[in-house]
Design a binder for this molecule. Structure first.
Ligand code: NDP
Length: 331
């Protein structure tokens, strides 16, 4: 079986040589353990942070061992009464073709008719819950709000915009990194306006898209996007600070928002959050978003790379914006 190891810690942008594909003998499951054949694994932006040897809300990846991350697969052999052969399981032993571990490490999930199991890594999983709680609980979306989301064509952002619309936002604006993604946001996902942040200063592009200002900003990007949102905020604006992907490969600390005083004048709230603190909302999320999905009221797309030997390429491509919707690796 094959798995991906981190072999050196990247400085700045990761290189393919920071990783190694390692072939090893598949161990037999011990008492209480199961053997899972992974069908799909996730590559996510937060994994970049785990490649650095710094203290964070998740510990760093170890060197010369398989990395971890979201995966979904099927139990092929079970030595536990809790799981049986054929069960579909969600777990964190990604970056490998097979996983062997105690049964409690895996969560059985129901296959959803007509929906790929990979949805549990996206729209029905961690990125979906991030969008849901970030928008509704952290930013406190209210009916009639004008909402701006950056990284809008990605896994989290594409859902933020759609949940905002379905929950009564007056106007939904998104930014993304190409003209194709802009068309995707307005034509397929129903955003009211969108812009390509590479086509000019974000401040100017946002001001044009939101002539009456914004009430909520869902930040996936940080940097100039956050500054632009602060500038565009109406009084009492609220930002859910979800991610800062524009800074993840920076080699030196980036400046704070240069227009910080505006936060005071406008009584703006910036609230950071981590999705794992909100797992109590998982049931509400699955009921509401799963319902919209079943009714065909939510679109979700994936960009799929094939094979564990292309997992690193998928991760690097995601950091560079080559995904529309969730980036997935089929194993
Ligand atoms: P995405 O599917 O959105 O993929 C990442 C996207 O980021 C790329 O497609 C690219 O799109 C965009 N991007 C890359 N570099 C830049 C840049 N310099 N400026 C602007 N956009 C850039 O990933 P996710 O949906 O999984 O994650 C989105 C954000 O949410 C990330 O910041 C992530 O860290 C964060 N997150 C936070 C969680 C939490 O608990 N707080 C949980 C999950 C995710 P483009 O072509 O538009 O540039």
């Amino acid at each position: 079986t094959r798995e991906v190891h981190l072999v050196s810690r990247p400085h700045g942008w990761p290189e393919p040589t920071d990783f190694a594909l390692v072939e090893r003998e598949l161990p037999a499951p011990g008492e209480g353990e199961v053997l899972v054949r992974n069908a799909f694994m996730s590559v996510d932006p937060y994994m970049r942070g785990r490649m650095n040897d710094v203290k964070s809300y998740v510990p760093p990846f170890g060197l010369n061992e398989a990395m971890t991350g979201g995966a979904i697969g099927e139990v092929v052999e079970s030595r536990s009464p809790d799981l049986k052969q054929g069960d579909l399981v969600l777990h964190d032993l990604g970056w490998r073709e097979h996983a062997v571990a105690p049964a409690k490490r895996f969560r059985a999930v129901r296959p959803v008719e007509g929906v790929s199991p990979s949805a549990y890594l996206g729209v029905l999983g961690m990125p979906g819950l991030t969008a849901y709680v970030g928008l509704l609980d952290v930013a406190g979306l209210k009916e009639g709000d004008t909402v701006f989301v950056s990284g809008a064509a990605g896994a989290v952002g594409s859902l933020v915009g759609q949940i905002a619309r379905l929950r009564g936002a007056a106007r939904v604006i998104g930014s993304a990194g190409s003209e194709e993604k802009v068309a995707y946001l307005t034509d397929r996902l129903g955003f009211d306006a969108a812009f390509d942040y590479k086509s000019g200063p974000v401040r100017k592009l946002l001001a044009e898209a939101a002539p009456d200002g914004i009430d909520v900003y869902f930040d996936n990007v940080g940097g100039d996007h956050l500054e632009a949102a602060i500038e565009a905020f109406n009084d009492h604006g609220r930002a859910a600070i979800c991610g800062a992907i524009s800074m993840y490969n920076a080699t030196a600390p980036q400046p704070a928002p240069r227009n910080l005083p505006l936060i005071i004048g406008k009584r703006v709230t910036l609230q950071g959050f981590i999705v794992s603190d909100h797992s109590a909302r998982f049931g509400d999320f699955v009921r509401e978003v799963g319902g919209w999905l079943a009714e065909g009221r939510i679109e979700f797309d994936e960009t799929v790379f094939e094979g564990v030997d292309h997992a690193v390429e998928a991760f690097l491509a995601m950091l560079r914006g080559r995904n529309t919707g969730k980036m997935i690796v089929r194993l």
